[in-house]
Design a protein around this ligand. Structure first.
Ligand code: DGL
Length: 270
């Protein structure tokens, strides 16, 4: 048994790298739905159907626990999946809640009523579908009172990353940060609410300025999964190297992944 990690494409590899570093004894199976990326411009029903298909593929690999290392799937599909689709003996977890727990200074899994928190002005950078779902605001409202969220849909950034056009991706980040700052000139915190964005974290930081605290998901999700596996040891796999599956072209996907992650990564067809 291994832990499954799913994303629409390459972005989830940023989460996987942090998971492997923090949990070196846990085997992971990664699935990138590169044939259907990006999800962030799709309708919620379509994202639900694609995400369910990806999760089923990982279940077929023996992964009873699957992490949706994709904010768009977590925002647009996870609640519906958990309420209507995931069988009792399996678990699907997202990347939103750990991030919000970190932002609101909560212990992992602390479900106590919402309270005042230090941060008051938060900038959210995410895909159009994630912004449209308002899942971030909903999950935040369960935990915190009086936080003003300004969300910027970052159209085009995932496409540019998937195509390997990092110059375009950088230019788009600058323009999205400028657009956000016109509406919220002084955010205290910025959330990189898409798992592709850590690949551009220095660009976000430079555009936002040193006074803005940047929350990026990989380490936060890894810390929360470690805590979860300590509480649910039956979900922890044993031994074995990670495997990487893609619905797209394994050679092209492997090349991009190797460039982004700066280590040889080869993909198998899903
Ligand atoms: N990495 C996905 C996320 O975190 C990208 C979504 C997309 O495919 O547009 O939202």
């Amino acid at each position: 048994m291994a832990v499954g990690v799913f994303d629409s494409g390459l972005g989830g590899l940023t989460v996987l790298a942090a998971l492997e570093k923090r949990l070196p004894d846990v085997p992971f199976v990664y699935l990138g739905d590169n044939a259907n990326t990006p999800y962030g411009v799709r309708e919620a029903d379509e994202i639900f159907a694609l995400t369910c298909a990806g999760v089923e593929r990982l279940w077929a690999e023996g992964c009873d626990l699957v992490i949706l290392a994709c904010n768009t799937a977590s925002a647009a599909a996870l609640r519906r999946m958990q309420e209507t689709w995931v069988p009792r003996e399996r678990r699907v977890l997202g990347v939103f809640v750990p991030l919000i727990e970190a932002l609101t200074e909560r212990q992992w899994g602390d479900n106590s009523p919402p309270r005042e928190v230090a941060v008051k002005h938060v900038a959210l950078f995410a895909t159009p579908a994630t912004v449209q779902s308002r899942a971030f605001q909903r999950e935040l409202a369960f935990r915190a009172i009086g936080v003003d969220v300004e969300a910027q849909p970052c159209g085009g950034v995932v496409d540019a990353i998937e195509e390997g056009d990092m110059l375009l991706a950088e230019a788009l980040v600058h323009s999205h940060v400028a657009a956000l700052k016109r509406r919220m000139p002084r955010p205290e915190a910025a959330v990189l609410g898409c798992t592709h964005y850590p690949l551009l974290e220095p660009v976000f930081r430079a555009a936002l300025g040193p006074e803005v605290a940047v929350y990026s998901q990989p380490e936060i999700v890894a810390a929360s999964l470690e805590d979860y596996l300590n509480r649910h040891p039956e979900m922890r796999g044993e031994g074995g190297a990670s495997r990487y599956l893609t619905t797209g072209d394994p050679i092209a996907t492997g090349h991009r992944a190797t460039t982004f992650m700066r280590r040889a990564t080869s993909f198998e067809p899903a």
